[in-house]
Design a protein around this ligand. Structure first.
Ligand code: NAD
Length: 703
C-alpha cells in the first residue's frame, strides 16, 4: 500500500510505516494525511501484532512545519493523529535517526517504545522560537520522565545525544547497524517476551517531580535564562496548571495555550528571524539560471586578525587556503595565531587534535602572489587603506585565474574604487566578515554596480560551507551594519557626555536585550579603532563638535579599552569584568565641560529610545535607498552580527512592534530637544506613517 510520502506494508506480523519527505522529514500537512491513512489501514488489519514507524533520508521527523504557524491552528490535528497511534492495541515502536526535533520528538512520545541509531540527537527547541512544545509534549514528557526533568529539557532547548536520551528515559534502546532490520529484530524480541502496548498517557506524573518548590526553581531559572521573554515561563505554567487534569483535558489546555503563545510578539519576532535567515540568499534581480562557480581552493591576502580568522573558516570547511603576507615574520605570527585558535578549540573539546592537524594542513603560508594563481576565490584583508588595497588588486588582476572571485574585507572603503583598478570589475565583490571571523556568523556581501550575477551567486553560495549567514548589500559608507551603528553609538557617546555613566548606558541597553552594551563593545574592539575611522573619514560625518567625542576623550588619555586595561571601564589583567572607573568619569566630564554640554538626568527608557530610534531610523534610509534588498535582511544583519535581541525581531521588525507612528513621533520629540542635525525622521518612515502602511505593505507594492 502506498502514499506519495508515507508508505506502509506488512512485514510478517509487523506493520511498517515509512516516511520519506525530504529534505528533513518535516511533519507537513501531506505527512499528516499519510500518517492518518496509515493508522486507519493498520487498525483494520487484524493480523498486525506490532507497528514500526521510521523515516528515510537524513533524519527522523525534524519537527512541525513552521511555515504553517501563521495559518490556522493545527494543534488539534496533531493531537488527534498522535492519539490514534498511541491508542493502537498493539505495541507501537518509533525508530529514530538524525536530528529528532520538536513535534518529531513529541510524536515519538506517543509511541510505546522508542529506539534510535547511534549518533541520533534529540531536542525540544520550541522556546527559542517563542513557543513551547504544543503537540502533547507538556503532557506526555512529564508522565514519562517527571515534570522537573521534562521542564529542564524544554527550558534548555539544547540537544541530547543517545546516551543522554537513554539516561533521561526518553529512549529505550540504541540500535547499531541498519535501523530497519535492527528495529524489526527489536520488535520480534518484544513480541516473544510478551510485551504489549505501553502508553505514556496511562502513566501519572511523579508527584515528587512536581512540587511548588520545583516549579518556583524552574521559574527563577527561566527568568534568568530568558529575560524579557515568556515562552519558557508559559511552558512551566502549562505543566503546573494541568497537573490536576486528566490527560485529555491536559492536552486540550496545552492546545489552548499553544495557540496563545504562537501569536505573542516574542514568537512572531523569533519566527520572523528564523525565516529571515533562510531568505537572505534569495536575490530577486539575479537571473534564475545563474549558477555559482565551484570554490575548491581559496587565497587570503593579509595574515592579520581578519585574514587569520577567514583562513580558519575555509580550513574548517575543508577548502584548502593559501594565506599571503608581506614578511616572513608577519606570516609566521599569523599562522601561529591560527594554531593557537585551534588549540583553544581542542582545549574546549570542540575539535580533536587530529581535526586540528587536518585543518592546519589545509592552510599554507606564502610570500608570493603567484601562489594564489589557482585560487577560485581570493579575499584581501590587509590594512584599511585605499592605496594599498588598489595596489593589491592590481597584482591580483595579473595573477588570479580567469573567473576567480576577488573579494575585499574592507569596512569603510568604496569597493567600486577598488574594483576599477582591475580589468575585471565584474569579479570584484565585498566580503565583510566580523571579528572574530571564525566565530561571528554574519557575512555582509557587497556588490558594486559592476559585480556580475555569477560572482554574487558564487559568494552567497560560498557562505554555506563557511557556515556564515550572508546578507547582500550595495555599496555605501558602512554598508548595512556599521552604517546603522553610527547613530546608535553616537547617542550612547553623547549620553555619557551628558552625564550618564557608561554602566548606566550599557545596563539600560543590555536590560532591553542587546547582547552587550555598546560602550563595553568599544572597550572590547579598541577605542582607537573608532577614533581612527572617524578621523580618516572626517568629511563624511555631520559638523557636530560633540560627535563621538567620548571616544576621543578616552583615546587621548591612552584608554584604548581592554587591551590597555582601561577604556570606558577599568579591567584587571586577564579579566574582562568591567569595573567602574572614576578616572574615566572625570575625563568624560571634563570633555563635556569643554564642549559646552549641559548635564542632564537620563531614564533608562530615554537611553534605549535614543540609541534604538537612531538605529532604526537609519534602517529606513538603507531600505529606501535599496542598499538592503529587504527589511528582513537588515534584521538579520543586526540579529546575527550585532547582538540585537532576536526576540525583538531585528530593528525593522522591532519598528513595527514599537509602532511606526510612535517611532516617528519619538524621533520628532528628540528633534525638538536636540535639533534636526541627527533627528530628522527618514523619508520612508514619514511616508509610511502618513499613508498608514506597514513596511511589509510598502515592500509588496514597491516596483
Ligand atoms: P591587521 O592589522 O590585524 O592585519 C593586516 C595584515 O595585513 C597584517 O598581517 C599585515 O602584515 C598584512 N599586510 C599589510 N600589507 C600587506 C600587503 N601589501 N600584502 C599582504 N599583506 C599585507 O588588520 P585586520 O584587523 O585584520 O583588518 C584587515 C581588514 O579587515 C581591514 O580592511 C579592516 O578594515 C577589515 N575589517 C576589520 C575588522 C576588525 O574587527 N578587525 C572587522 C571587519 C573588517
Amino acid at each position: 500500500m502506498s502514499h506519495p510520502i508515507v508508505r506502509w506494508e506488512r512485514v510478517g506480523e509487523v506493520a511498517v510505516v515509512t516516511v520519506a519527505n525530504p529534505p528533513v522529514n518535516t511533519i507537513t500537512a501531506a505527512v499528516r494525511v499519510g500518517m492518518f491513512d496509515a493508522v486507519a489501514a493498520i487498525r483494520s488489519d487484524a493480523a498486525v501484532r506490532a507497528v514500526l514507524v521510521l523515516c528515510e533520508g537524513s533524519t527522523f521527523f525534524s519537527g512541525a512545519d513552521i511555515g504553517e504557524f501563521s495559518g490556522p491552528p493545527k494543534e488539534a490535528e496533531y493531537r488527534d493523529l498522535f492519539r490514534q497511534y498511541e491508542q493502537l492495541p498493539v505495541p507501537v515502536v518509533f525508530a529514530m535517526h538524525g536530528t529528532v526535533l520538536g513535534g518529531g520528538l513529541e510524536f515519538s512520545l506517543a509511541g510505546h517504545y522508542r529506539i534510535a541509531s547511534p549518533g541520533t540527537r534529540f531536542a525540544l527547541p520550541e522556546v527559542t522560537l517563542g513557543i513551547f512544545p504544543g503537540a502533547g509534549g507538556t503532557q506526555r514528557l512529564p508522565r514519562l520522565i517527571g515534570a522537573d526533568k521534562a521542564l529542564e529539557f524544554i527550558l534548555s532547548a539544547r540537544p541530547v545525544d543517545v546516551a543522554g536520551a537513554l539516561a533521561m528515559g526518553i529512549l529505550d534502546a540504541e540500535i547499531p547497524g541498519e535501523l530497519r532490520a535492527g528495529a524489526l529484530a527489536y520488535i520480534s524480541s518484544l513480541l516473544q517476551s510478551g510485551k504489549g502496548p505501553r502508553r505514556t498517557c496511562d502513566r501519572s506524573i511523579d508527584p515528587a517531580s512536581a512540587t511548588p518548590e520545583i516549579f518556583e526553581r524552574l521559574r527563577a531559572s527561566a527568568r534568568k535564562q530568558y529575560p524579557n521573554r515568556n515562552a519558557a515561563l508559559h511552558a512551566i505554567e502549562v505543566v503546573e496548571h494541568s497537573l490536576p487534569m486528566s490527560f485529555e483535558d491536559g492536552l486540550l489546555y496545552e492546545t489552548e495555550q499553544a495557540n496563545v503563545a504562537k501569536v505573542t510578539d516574542e514568537a512572531r519576532a523569533l519566527i520572523h528571524v528564523f525565516f529571515a535567515e533562510r531568505e537572505t540568499r534569495k536575490v530577486p534581480d539575479l537571473p534564475r539560471d545563474v549558477a555559482g562557480r565551484k570554490v575548491a581552493s581559496a587565497g587570503v591576502v593579509g595574515a592579520g586578525t581578519m585574514g587569520g580568522g577567514i583562513a580558519i573558516c575555509f580550513a574548517n570547511a575543508g577548502i584548502p587556503v593559501t594565506v599571503l603576507d608581506t614578511t616572513r615574520e608577519a606570516l609566521e605570527r599569523g599562522l601561529s595565531v591560527m594554531g593557537k585558535t585551534y588549540d583553544s578549540m581542542v582545549k574546549r573539546g570542540r575539535i580533536t587534535e587530529a581535526d586540528k592537524a587536518t585543518r592546519m594542513a589545509l592552510i599554507t603560508g606564502s610570500l608570493a602572489y603567484e601562489d594564489l594563481g589557482q585560487a577560485d576565490v581570493i579575499i584581501e584583508a590587509v590594512f584599511e587603506s585605499l592605496d594599498l588595497k588598489q595596489q593589491i588588486f592590481r597584482k591580483l588582476d595579473v595573477i588570479a585565474k580567469p573567473g576567480a572571485v576577488l573579494a575585499t574585507n574592507t569596512s569603510t572603503l568604496d569597493i567600486a574604487e577598488i574594483a576599477k583598478v582591475t580589468q575585471r570589475p565584474q569579479d570584484v565583490i565585498g566580503m565583510h566578515f566580523f571579528s572574530p571571523a571564525n566565530v561571528m556568523p554574519l557575512l555582509e556581501v557587497i556588490r558594486t554596480d559592476h559585480t556580475s550575477a555569477e560572482a554574487v551567486r558564487t559568494t552567497l553560495d560560498l557562505a554555506k560551507p563557511l557556515r556564515k549567514t550572508p546578507v547582500l548589500a550595495r555599496v555605501c559608507y558602512g554598508f548595512i551594519g556599521n552604517r546603522m551603528m553610527e547613530g546608535y553609538a553616537r547617542e550612547a557617546q553623547r549620553i555619557v557626555l551628558e552625564g550618564a555613566t557608561p554602566r548606566q548606558v550599557d545596563t539600560a541597553l543590555e536590560t532591553w536585550g542587546m547582547a552587550m552594551g555598546i560602550l563595553a563593545v568599544f572597550d572590547m574592539a579598541g577605542v582607537d579603532v573608532g577614533v581612527n575611522v572617524h578621523r580618516a573619514n572626517a568629511d563624511r560625518y555631520p559638523p557636530d563638535p560633540t560627535y563621538y567625542q567620548a571616544d576621543v576623550a578616552l583615546y587621548e588619555a591612552g584608554r584604548l579599552g581592554q587591551k590597555t586595561g582601561k577604556g570606558y571601564y577599568r579591567y584587571l589583567p586577564g579579566d574582562r569584568t568591567r569595573h567602574d572607573d572614576p578616572e574615566a568619569l572625570a575625563l568624560l566630564k571634563a570633555a563635556a565641560t569643554r564642549l559646552g554640554i549641559t548635564p542632564i538626568e537620563h531614564t533608562d527608557e530615554e537611553i534605549v529610545e535614543r540609541c534604538v530610534y537612531a538605529l532604526i531610523n537609519e534602517g529606513f534610509r538603507i531600505l529606501e535607498e535599496g542598499i538592503a534588498i529587504r527589511a528582513s535582511d537588515i534584521d538579520v544583519v543586526w540579529a546575527a552580527g550585532y547582538g540585537f535581541p532576536r526576540y525583538r525581531g531585528g530593528p525593522m521588525f522591532c519598528a513595527e512592534l514599537i509602532g511606526l507612528k510612535t517611532l516617528h513621533d519619538g524621533i520628532l520629540k528628540y528633534r525638538d530637544r536636540f535639533g534636526p542635525m541627527h533627528w530628522e525622521p527618514a523619508p520612508l518612515l514619514v511616508q509610511l506613517v502618513r499613508e498608514g502602511r506597514s513596511i511589509a505593505q510598502w515592500e509588496q507594492t514597491r516596483s
